[in-house]
Write a protein that binds this ligand. Structure first.
Ligand code: S3P
Length: 184
């Protein structure tokens, strides 16, 4: 299944593929498989931040606050987006910062994983690794509100948008992204 990068990569193509989308849209899962399939490296921005700080995202939010996290996120995106042949999974809030979008656009083909509310809610309802959603009574409502505020940013940042629901097959998703990237 894996296809050597050299067989499809043209000089005029963007170096990386960046995945954007809401928490729970599958950026990490899809990104790992996509990278493997396309013989590219996988970079998870949240994981780089956690390794650098030696703390979980939850701990960083709790101890240093969201502004501190966003500053780190901006630094790490700017540094990681300069790499080559990477699939980059970004954090769901990274598009809130113009500079992040600009940096990613310079080097990456940007794909928005547009997961449905139902799909997001199913994946996030019992998850406690997202500080923004922790301790909230009506998680579904908050997801809807946040998505409402962010959707436009995901859309205008993207070179390619892929709709995802709870039945979407991950191999199909990966194939479609691969195709879109190759013809980009
Ligand atoms: C956030 C999304 C998270 C993580 C942090 C903030 C957000 O990443 O960066 O909890 O604001 O949407 P995932 O999208 O990988 O969950």
């Amino acid at each position: 299944y894996s296809q050597k990068l050299i067989s499809f990569k043209r000089k005029d193509m963007k170096d990386n593929i960046a995945l954007i989308g809401f928490m729970g849209s599958g950026k990490t899962t899809v990104g790992k498989l996509l990278a493997k399939t396309m013989d590219m490296k996988f970079v998870d921005i949240d994981k780089v931040i956690e390794a650098q700080e030696k703390k979980s995202i939850n701990d960083i939010f709790q101890k240093q606050g969201q502004t501190y996290f966003r500053d780190l996120e901006r630094e790490v995106i700017s540094q990681e987006s300069l790499k080559n042949d990477c699939v980059i999974a970004t954090g769901g809030g990274s598009i809130l910062d113009n500079e992040n979008i600009k940096r990613l656009k310079e080097t990456s083909f940007i794909v928005f994983l547009n997961a449905s509310i139902e799909c997001l809610y199913l994946r996030l309802k019992d998850n406690s690794t997202r500080p923004i959603l922790n301790g909230v009574e009506d998680k579904k409502k908050l997801i809807e509100e946040l998505l409402e505020k962010r959707k436009f940013l995901y859309q205008i940042s993207a070179d390619y948008i892929i709709d995802i629901n709870e039945y979407t097959n991950i191999y199909e998703t990966v194939d479609r992204i691969k195709e879109a990237y190759i013809i980009s």
